[in-house]
Design a binder for this molecule. Structure first.
Ligand code: ACO
Length: 393
């Protein structure tokens, strides 16, 4: 194990759908008002994915931006983790799709499910892999299309959520800094307080859900309970993570909390006796984008110049599970020399798209080919050559 590996954040990106849904738009769907939503949540607008946008396409966009900032080619990635509660499929993972579209041929890829804490959990997994010396470069993506799992008749949930994605690139460096400490927690006794019922034990579940007024693949939440839980755990886990990093909360230059509700953030600031301005918020514009909310807020904080070299910053997430998690990061110094221009990167993306198409074509072609039982030596040799080509790509 290399003791000098630190996991530094060296790239970042976001992707937001263009369609904006206002509180007034919502008031036309459910019995609510701009005044109620603003007063109870602080949310004014949220973004909604169109028919051509999905968790994977938004995640891909954010990942490409993050790779651009990091000046890293997809082939240099060792690991891709997508934190999401709205994956493209239960399996295969959204991360595998993004791996293919990026052309990240040397990377492992998987999705991570920890609801709104997912991005912090995923960042910790990737950072641990780097610190252990097992990998050098990883991308962590939080991507969601919450609009697709909303019950648009439930005013207690549909007013809160939005779509979007954020990503960061982590890389091993031998200078002290990057991800310093983490605290991951879960209390499964609260698993029925919020969730999206899926396909497991469907027969049993469908009738149970109906009794509780819940719908498969639609989100449900006991808002008040989650509110109390969130205000309790934010302070607790931030303090634990700070102690593990050997700092105090007073040393923090920025806290990026999960963007759920302005009142939750105000309560946490009061409880910790910290200035509310220390907490980055953009929930007014995007609502709660679940696992994407922390990376989106982090990237906007960077773009607003709120983070400089060596600053201590904290990320804190909470949500379904119940889960909660905090991470302390010491912000990294300037990025290295620009090695690859935008053209080179665009070329690698175009190449990845062609390679993916070619692989699918060859796979289909060999399938067909395999069904015709080759009798002659020439046919057998041709088949072997094609199989060899597939393995080479
Ligand atoms: N518009 C108008 N009235 C509403 C609405 C609405 N959209 N929603 C609820 N109401 C009504 C209720 O029916 C209730 O009316 P009643 O008093 O006549 O019964 C009243 O407003 C108060 O309802 P509460 O649910 O008590 O409202 P509260 O102040 O708790 O706010 C909210 C609700 C915004 C959902 C809040 O509880 C909350 O933000 N909870 C936390 C959610 C959260 O943080 N989730 C994070 C994790 S998400 C994840 O992991 C995927």
């Amino acid at each position: 194990m290399a003791a000098t590996n630190y996991a530094h954040i060296v790239g970042w990106g976001i992707a937001l759908p263009e369609t904006v849904m206002t509180n007034e738009d919502l008031a036309a769907i459910v019995e609510t008002s701009d005044e109620w939503i603003m007063a109870r949540t602080g949310i004014k607008t949220r973004r909604i994915a169109n028919d051509r946008e999905s968790t994977a396409t938004l995640g891909l966009k954010a990942a490409q931006q993050a790779l651009d900032v990091a000046d890293i080619l997809p082939i240099e990635l060792d690991l891709i983790i997508v934190a999401t509660s709205t994956p493209e499929s239960i399996f295969p993972s959204t991360a595998s799709l993004i791996q293919d579209w990026l052309g990240a041929g040397s990377a492992g890829a998987f999705d991570l499910s920890a609801a709104c804490s997912g991005f912090v959990y995923a960042l910790d997994m990737a950072a641990q892999a780097i610190r252990s010396g097992s990998i050098k470069t990883a991308i962590v993506i939080g991507s969601e299309t919450m609009s697709r799992v909303m019950d648009w008749q439930d005013r207690g949930t549909c007013i809160l959520f939005g779509d979007g994605a954020g990503a960061v690139v982590l890389q091993a460096r031998d200078t002290i800094g990057g991800v310093l400490s983490s605290v991951l927690r879960s209390d499964g006794s609260g698993h029925d307080l919020l969730g999206i019922p899926s396909v497991g034990s469907l027969d049993i579940q469908i009738s149970a859900l109906a009794l509780q007024g819940r719908k498969p693949f639609k989100m449900h939440m006991a808002g008040g309970e989650v509110f109390k839980f969130a205000t309790r755990v934010i302070g607790e886990s931030l303090e634990q993570a700070a102690i593990k990093a050997g700092i105090t909360l007073r040393d923090l230059k920025l806290i990026v909390p999960h963007q759920a509700n302005e009142r939750i953030i105000q309560a946490a600031a009061r409880q910790l006796d910290l200035d509310r301005q220390l907490f980055m918020t953009n929930l007014e514009h995007y609502g709660n984008t679940s696992a994407a909310s922390i990376p989106i807020a982090l990237v906007e904080a960077i773009q607003q110049g709120r983070v400089t070299e060596n600053d201590y910053i904290a990320l804190v997430g909470f949500g379904g599970g119940l889960t909660w998690a905090s991470i302390i990061v010491q912000w990294s110094g300037p990025l290295g020399e620009n090695r690859f221009g935008p053209q080179r990167r665009q070329f690698t993306y175009a190449l990845a798209a062609w390679r993916a198409r070619l692989r699918r074509f060859i796979r289909r072609y060999t399938d067909l080919f395999n069904r015709i039982r080759p009798k002659h030596g020439r046919m057998l040799r041709l088949r072997k050559r094609i199989e060899q080509r597939i393995n080479d790509i």
